[in-house]
Structure formats: C-alpha cells, structure tokens
Design a protein around this ligand. Structure first.
Ligand code: PMP
Length: 457
C-alpha cells in the first residue's frame, strides 16, 4: 500500500522525466544511488541513515561526502520536502513572517515552536534583557571558572536551584552542553549509563567511551530487569531520562523510576527541557508534577524552550556543582552566556511562577487540540503535553503532509526516520499558550483536509 502510494505520487509529480531517469545512477566514490526527480540522489528512496551509516561512506573524500549529502538535499528541495532552516523574519512568535530561500516572507501559524509560553516576546522579559545589557554589557569575556562568571549568572543559578529544589546549579551555554558536560564529567570507564531508549541525543552524546545500557521507553519493569541483571557489575550506574520526551510528548514515570533506581543504588538524571514551565502547579517541572522534589540526583535542562531564552543548566547538590567546575569540559572551556540571555531566563522563571494563567492557557490549547486530533482519528501515541506527534509511520507521507501544511500557511516539523523508527515517523506539532482559537481551528481544518488527501485518517 505504502509503495503503491509513493509510486503513484512520484509518477504524477514528475511524469515522463521521472520515467526516463528511473534507471540512472549518481556516484560518489564507490557509493551509487538511483536518481530522483531532480536527477540527483533520490531522497524518497534513501534516508540520511542510508547515506552516512553505510560503511562505504568512510572511504569517501570530504568533497565526495559533502557532494553526496548536497545531492540528497537538492532532490528533497525538488520534491518540496526541504522544510529546514525556514527564516523567521520577525522572531519567534505565534504567527511569524516566514521566508523560504529567496522567496517573499509570508505569515504562518507556528505549530513548530518550543517557546511553549511565548515568553520570547514577553515585554517584562525583553525589558530585563535590555536592562542587563545597559548595566553589564554583552559578552562575559571568559569561561565561568575563569573571568566569565557575572552576577547575572549567579543570580540565575540560585533561581534555578530554588525552582528545581536543589542546593545549587551551574549555567551552561546550551542544554546540549549541559547534558554532555555533566555526564562526561561523571562517568568513568567502569561505570554504566542506563538510558531510556528515547532519551535525547545530547544525553546519549555524553557517554561516549563508557558502558551504555538501554531500557524500553518509559518501562519501569524493563529498567528493573537491566538493574537486576547488572546488580554486581559496574562501579556506578546513572539512569538517564527526559522528564517530557521531545518527540513523543509523554511524561516519564519519574516517581516509579526513582524508586527502582535508588533501590539498586543507581543515580538518576532527568532532563527537564520540555517539562519546565509546562508541568507542575508552579511550572517547576516533572519533579513538582510527581511531588519528588529533592529526590532526583541530577537535574538538567535548557533555557531555550518554555523559558524563551537560550542556555542550559545542571542542578544538584552543592558538591556536585562544585565538582563540575574544573572537570566538566564545556563548563571549563566555553565562555559563559550573554548577560541578556541569562537575565531574560531569570525573569522568565519569575514570570512562570507569577503568571500561572499563561500555563493554564497552554493546557487549554493542549486539551482542545488533543481531543480534536483524536476525534479525527490521528494516532498521537502517548502524547500528553504540548508536543503532539501525528504518527503516520510513512516517511513519504510525513514529508508530504508537512509540505502541504507549509503551503497552507502552517509551520510544522516533519520527523522522518532516522530521527524516530520508520514505523513511527511523524509530523510533530508543538503548541504554545498564545495560539488563538481561530488559529487552532484553521490549523485543524487544514490538518484534517490533508490527512484525508493522504489517506492517513
Ligand atoms: N534536551 C532535550 C530533551 C531537548 O529537546 C533539547 C533541545 N532540542 C536539548 C536537550 C538541548 O537543548 P539546547 O537547545 O539548549 O541545546
């Protein structure tokens, strides 16, 4: 069925040209590929994984490797599937002006942003950022351990520690570097990192060179099985998970995971990237949601999603944070963040506590969209937060849906394989508090129309 569909559409779209090119090949070193409608590498047939994970890719020159990926991108573009790096002219907002390549900017409804509370445009937070620049200038001039720790950073670290119920926190330049920075600092050769299978790439990247084990996604019995099996193996074990999963929007079973992990003397690290500002009575995240504040050994997160700024952090005991200073390489060897971004994050954390009505509006939007999409017959998996995946299980249909939504003025992110398993490829919607009923109703009508056209509902 999927293949028939794909074939039909390719033929309709490209006609005789596609027919004539069907048997042609493009070559990069010893790698060769069928061509697509552009005469370049067929992006509907080959995924990034096919290209980069093939052993033969190791034999390519830099030039060949670059040409191969560019050939694939050219074909994606010819199919109108290249929806990456669209340019938001007037910033991150619910209906930004968006430019694609050299085209004219046009207004689009933003269902692709992680700025869940729309704090990137909050007047009080913008004012705090501008004030910080007036008072303390721009860059920090050094890494946090050398000359780069400014009062702005320390204020933010103290606030993060309070929000997360920890003794102290350290601010990094991104959530990615916070995750790699704390895991790589802690883990030794005889330790084991035990991951939820769906944990974020930045968490995975922290444990190169040590032992890695995986438990089934959000499956406490699977974690228990791994811990029991390895009870007497490894010096230290660190169980690593997201509080809210970035591609699925489901919430970690943190309370049960903590109990099992601690029973086996393993530490637990939770990445609160998509949970802070969204979960908990005060928006403090997964630990507040489950009433387990103070029980998680390490909390990490980003300042770039509901907090609306940029940067990352690690929160934990005073001794853990002090230890990171000289040992965590991204902390030691990377310049501390801009004053404005840290001051904005600090003010955003205050706004999250003081303006709960923004979070209430986000949840209204989540419930409205979730129920409407479920009624249409979409498979949303276990989504229960601001991230709602339309799981189509077909890469071509995912790309088509995102392309058609783009044409209808709706900005969404396609997530094909290998970002998720092929049978779970999806269009990922993310909701924000400021989206109006009118914007959501229009989006739903378009999603329904395109879902029917593609025969996915
Ligand atoms: N963790 C998770 C779960 C994320 O989704 C992301 C961002 N995609 C990060 C960490 C990285 O954060 P940042 O964008 O600040 O580097």
């Amino acid at each position: 069925m999927d293949n028939d569909f794909r074939q039909d559409n390719v033929m309709k779209g490209a006609g005789a040209l596609r027919k004539a090119q069907r048997v042609e090949k493009v070559h990069f070193g010893s790698m060769s590929f069928n061509t697509g409608i552009s005469g370049q590498l067929d992006s509907n047939k080959y995924t990034l994984f096919n290209l980069m994970a093939d052993d033969k890719a190791n034999e390519l020159s830099f030039g060949q490797r670059i040409a191969m990926i560019n050939s694939w991108i050219t074909d994606m573009d010819a199919n109108k599937h290249w929806l990456y790096k669209r340019e938001l002219v007037d910033g991150c907002r619910t209906e930004p002006q968006v430019k694609k390549g050299a085209g004219e900017a046009r207004s689009m409804i933003n269902l692709g942003s992680n700025d869940y509370l729309n704090l990137a445009q909050h007047p009080r937070i913008k004012a705090a950022a501008i004030q910080a620049i007036y008072e303390a200038g721009l860059g920090s001039g050094g890494s946090p351990m050398l000359s780069g720790t400014l009062s702005t950073h320390r204020k933010l670290e103290r606030k993060l520690a309070q929000v997360k119920g920890c003794e102290d926190a350290a601010v990094f330049t991104s959530g990615f570097s916070a995750n790699t920075g704390v895991i790589s600092a802690l883990m030794g050769r005889n330790d084991a990192a035990i991951y939820d299978r769906y944990a974020h790439a930045s968490l995975m990247d922290g444990s190169h060179g040590t032992n890695r084990l995986f438990f089934s996604h959000n499956d406490v019995d699977s974690l228990k099985f791994i811990l029991e099996k390895n009870r007497h193996k490894y010096n230290n074990k660190l169980v690593i998970l997201d509080g809210v999963y970035s591609m699925d929007g489901d919430i970690a079973r943190l309370d049960e995971i903590l109990e099992v992990a601690h029973h086996y003397h393993a530490w637990v690290l939770v990445d609160e990237a998509h949970a802070t500002g969204v979960l908990g009575a005060n928006g403090h995240g997964t630990t507040e949601h489950f009433n387990v504040r103070g029980k998680v050994d390490i909390i990490t997160g980003t300042l770039s999603k509901a907090i609306g700024s940029v940067g990352g952090y690690v929160a934990g005991s005073k001794s853990l944070i002090q230890f990171l200073g000289p040992v965590s390489r991204p902390y030691m060897f990377s310049t501390a963040p801009l004053t404005a971004s840290s001051a904005a994050a600090l003010e955003a954390l205050n706004v999250i506590e003081e303006e709960p009505q923004i979070r209430a509006k986000l949840w209204e939007n989540i419930h409205f969209m979730q129920s409407a999409l479920n009624n249409m017959g979409f498979n949303l998996g276990d989504a229960e937060t601001a991230i709602l995946p339309l799981i189509l299980g077909d890469d071509y249909k995912v790309k088509q849906m995102a392309t058609r939504l783009d044409a209808a003025g709706i900005f969404v992110n396609p997530v094909p394989y290998p970002a998720v398993p092929r049978r779970l490829s999806r269009v990922r919607l993310s909701l924000t508090a400021g989206l109006t009923q009118e914007q959501l109703t229009y989006s739903l009508a378009q999603i329904k129309r395109i879902g029917e056209e593609l025969d996915v509902i």
